[in-house]
Design a protein around this ligand. Structure first.
Ligand code: NAD
Ligand code: IPM
Ligand code: MN
Length: 349
């Protein structure tokens, strides 16, 4: 019997509601499967913790997390209590960077039982590979002068290693999908970083002659995701482009509340972190109406990463069965509560 030690950070807002729901599902699938179990350790890090302690996590927080097999996180951010740049850079982005979780895998596919807002959605199945540790998310820059002359500078930092790593991950993934990789670029508008991105893409693709590949401008690609998502397969994107495309991925599935994600340390040197695409949704927090599917599907991605594909598939099948039976939260047009959806998914496992 494998015992996985998981650090749990529910975080803020609906993170506090969807994480316990997903853990119930994961504990149930562990019992059904019988070959593994979870040992969960909770950490109360988030905006309330910040208000009490002046930091988002203790000084030795990263060292503490390194002792775990994986991290299961809800969402971070309560912008009316703590400014986002403090809360996110103090917890979520800090963990991604210090644990070298440089690849963020974010699938978007049409699920059975779900109505996409697209008029005529074909059966799309997209995986966005988002570079997760550099690019537009950089702490390089600053503000100079003041008043009418003030200038704000935000530098983007692309390393060859980081860019290549994301691209190779995408090509490797495409060996087991439809065999197509799209690179999201903006080489027509961004004079320095994105021609570099294209150069690296063109050199990496030479190593994968069996994979079809194309570069699309990010603006056109966003439109393709709406107009012809079924033509897409694996997309590799920079940190910010990937961020934006994956909320769009959630939206075309039916709701960002169901979109899962995995922040991977592909070298398996440090724990990876599993947290859905959506945020803390302060507008619906505490009401028991948040959709737990994003967090539960994220749990399935954790099982996949741990090698338990059969258990993972069972979770996704159960999600689809639940949706097809009409049990849906408000974001998907239903009237069920978070607890209704979670209970039905457990029953359908
Ligand atoms: P959000 O994803 O929290 O919410 C956007 C919209 O989607 C809201 O209307 C919300 O109600 C809805 N929504 C999101 N998840 C849902 C779910 N599971 N079920 C039903 N509806 C859902 O994005 P935002 O409003 O831009 O950000 C709110 C806070 O979350 C901010 O502090 C932001 O920085 C933070 N955030 C954190 C993460 C993270 O920790 N991974 C991700 C995104 C945003
Ligand atoms: C996400 C979020 C974060 C990001 C924010 C909250 C910093 O939007 O995980 O998609 O941009 O990476
Ligand atoms: Mn995002």
């Amino acid at each position: 019997m494998n015992t996985y030690k998981i650090a749990v950070i529910p975080g803020d807002g609906i993170g506090l509601e969807v994480v316990p729901a997903a853990i119930e599902v994961l504990d149930k699938i562990a019992v059904i499967d019988g070959s593994f179990q979870f040992e969960w350790t909770y950490f109360p890090w988030g905006c309330e913790y910040y208000l009490e302690h002046g930091v988002m996590m203790p000084e030795d927080g990263i060292e503490t997390l390194k002792k775990f097999d994986q991290i299961f996180l809800g969402a971070v951010g309560m912008p009316h209590l703590v400014p986002d740049h403090i809360s996110l850079w103090g917890l979520l982005i800090k963990i991604r960077r210090e644990m070298k979780q440089s690849i963020n895998v974010r699938p978007a596919k049409l699920l059975a039982g779900l109505e996409s807002p697209l008029k005529n959605p074909q059966n799309f199945n997209i995986t966005v590979v988002r570079e997760n540790s550099e690019g537009e998310y950089s702490d390089s820059g600053g503000r100079i002068h003041s008043g009418a002359d003030e200038i704000a500078i935000q530098n983007a930092v692309f390393t060859r290693k980081g860019t290549e790593r994301a691209m190779r991950y995408a090509f490797e993934l495409a060996k087991n999908t439809k065999g197509h990789v799209t690179s999201a670029t903006k080489s027509n508008g961004l004079t320095h970083s994105m021609p570099f991105w294209d150069e690296v893409f063109n050199s990496v693709k030479k190593d994968y002659p069996e994979i079809n590949s194309v570069s699309n401008h990010i603006d056109a690609l966003a439109a393709y995701m709406v107009m012809k998502p079924e033509t897409l397969d694996v997309i590799v994107a920079s940190n910010l482009f990937g961020d934006i495309l994956t909320d769009l991925g959630g939206a075309i599935m039916g709701s960002i509340g169901i979109a899962p994600a995995a922040n991977l340390n592909i070298e398996r040197e440090y724990p990876s972190m599993f947290e859905p695409v959506h945020g803390s949704a302060p507008d619906i927090a505490g009401k028991g109406i948040a959709n737990p599917i994003g967090q539960i599907w994220t749990g399935k991605m954790m099982l996949d990463f741990l090698g338990h594909h059969e258990a993972g598939t069972r979770i996704l099948n159960s999600i689809e069965k639940t949706l097809a039976s009409g049990i849906k939260t408000g974001d998907l047009g239903g009237t069920s509560t978070l607890a209704d959806v979670k209970d039905a998914i457990i029953k359908n496992l």
